[in-house]
Write a protein that binds this ligand. Structure first.
Ligand code: FES
Length: 171
């Protein structure tokens, strides 16, 4: 599995005693499905995303069916099944942002980076995601570049924010 067996085992060590190695045991075990989310979070932290191999391995380790794990992974937007770029741009499509022009902002960013919404740039520098409310609706339309919030954007100022960020990175 992607030469990362050790990494996987390291993460799983923290949850020792909460998983079962025999799938049959799981049916009757007291394994708390609520543990699945923290485990997935830790695995994602370690791998940067959740590779299929990791999900399979997790299924073997916990006895939880891959389909159940996938149900959780695809339900929560925090989980990623694809590798991401070094920097994440989150474009808010919540109601406030949507009505004030999130679409145009997203379009400007995607054109600037030559990438589709949800995808990663070829150089792996950015992943552009759409998200629901970022919690600062008064600044709509809003994006976040990693932890940095940029508000009251126009397509032009969004492009500038990306360029400035790139310049800072290359400085
Ligand atoms: S709707 Fe965009 S920050 Fe709330």
């Amino acid at each position: 599995m992607c030469n990362c067996a050790e990494l996987f085992e390291n993460v799983m060590k923290d949850f020792a005693g909460q998983t079962k190695t025999n799938p049959a045991q799981y049916q009757e075990s007291s394994f708390q499905e609520s543990q699945l989310i923290p485990i997935l979070q830790k695995l994602q932290e370690a791998f940067g995303y959740l590779p299929q191999e990791v999900i399979k391995k997790l299924s073997e380790k916990t006895g939880i069916f891959v389909s159940q794990i996938m149900g959780v992974v695809t339900f929560y937007s925090q989980f990623r099944l694809q590798p991401v770029g070094d920097n994440i741009i989150r474009v808010c499509f919540g109601t406030a942002c949507h009505v004030i022009g999130a679409e145009n902002v997203a379009d400007a960013i995607c054109r600037e980076l030559e990438v589709k919404l949800g995808d990663t740039t070829e150089d792996k520098m950015f992943t552009v995601e759409s998200v629901a409310c970022l919690g600062c609706c008064s600044l709509a339309p809003v994006i976040m570049i990693n932890e940095e919030t940029h508000g009251r954007l126009t397509p032009d100022s969004a492009r500038s924010a990306i360029r400035e960020f790139k310049d800072k990175k290359h400085a």
